[in-house]
Design a protein around this ligand. Structure first.
Ligand SMILES: [Zn+2]
Ligand SMILES: [Zn+2]
Length: 281
């Protein structure tokens, strides 16, 4: 079965073209040519790698589904309603931990390392996240949702997240209370202090409000990551996190400190360098 995200590619391409033209016409500078083409190339390759990792991920999902003591009926509408909430909830935690643990951040940083904010950034996705992202979703199969149902629902969740990567939709009124919107997601991509590690939602912003990670857009975001990557090399974009992790581990003494470099916060270096400058050893 073709994934919904693959079917959406021509629509994404068309919308990116329209937004780039609109930005150019309004002199809005939302696009930088080299950055946008890098995003698009990284996006295409992430679909290819996703298909490759998908083969072994499918084995895991099928095995998990086999273990499920109850199987949800695909023909019941309420199965799909429950799956929508379950999948969006799992996405929230997948995304949140992708920011809070370096092991997962090293994949997710790809999406955040552009210093621009436009529809092409939406497709800038990690090539290798398929190695591990299944740990957050396999429990959905254990709950009794068939892998094909999950793939369909999750595909639509990811397609939803495409259009929120724009500066040109400012505010959606009452919808802002319930849905993840361009405004909420601009905050997520911002490195301004109040915006860091906020608004992890997929479709529903309610999870952020429930788990204390919601912040509304109050100032113009500065986009990117704390330590800008300054590279358009797609391979480096996908691997620099691991090189930095390795360097951090080598500089730490003791097993626990080394393990913290992998399972601790990705901001560990920033936090420690602040302490070091205050208290030189
Ligand atoms: Zn993120
Ligand atoms: Zn995003």
């Amino acid at each position: 079965m073709l994934k919904p995200t693959v079917i959406a590619i021509p629509i994404f391409a068309l919308l990116i073209g329209i937004e780039a033209w609109y930005s150019h016409r309004r002199h809005a500078n939302a696009y930088e040519t080299r950055d946008a083409w890098t995003n698009i190339f990284v996006g295409f390759m992430s679909v290819a790698f996703g298909a490759l990792f998908g083969i072994f991920v499918a084995v895991i999902y099928n095995a998990a589904y086999e273990l499920a003591p109850y199987k949800f009926p695909a023909e019941a509408w309420w199965t799909w309603a429950i799956l929508f909430f379950v999948d969006d909830f799992a996405y929230y935690w997948f995304h949140r931990i992708s920011h809070e643990m370096r092991l997962f951040w090293n994949f997710h940083v790809v999406h955040h390392s552009s210093e621009h904010y436009n529809l092409s950034v939406a497709v800038r996705q990690s090539w290798f996240s398929g190695i591990l992202h299944w740990v957050f979703y396999a429990p959905i199969m254990l709950l009794g949702f068939a892998p094909w149902m999950f793939a369909l629902m999750h595909g639509f969740n990811l397609i939803y997240q495409f259009w929120i990567h724009t500066k040109f939709i400012r505010n959606l009124g009452p919808l802002e209370h319930v849905l993840n919107t361009p405004s909420h997601h601009r905050v997520h991509h911002g490195v301004n202090n109040p915006y860091l590690d906020k608004n992890y939602a997929g479709v529903l912003i309610i999870w952020d409000k429930l788990f204390g990670s919601f912040v509304p857009e109050t100032e113009e975001p500065r986009y990117g990551i704390i330590k800008p990557i300054k590279s358009y090399n797609p391979l480096w974009i996908n691997t620099h996190g691991w090189v930095e992790t390795w360097q951090a581990m080598r500089s730490r003494k003791g097993m626990l400190a080394k393990l913290r470099c992998i399972f601790g916060s990705p901001n560990i270096d920033a936090e420690e360098s602040v302490t070091e400058t205050r208290l030189p050893v």
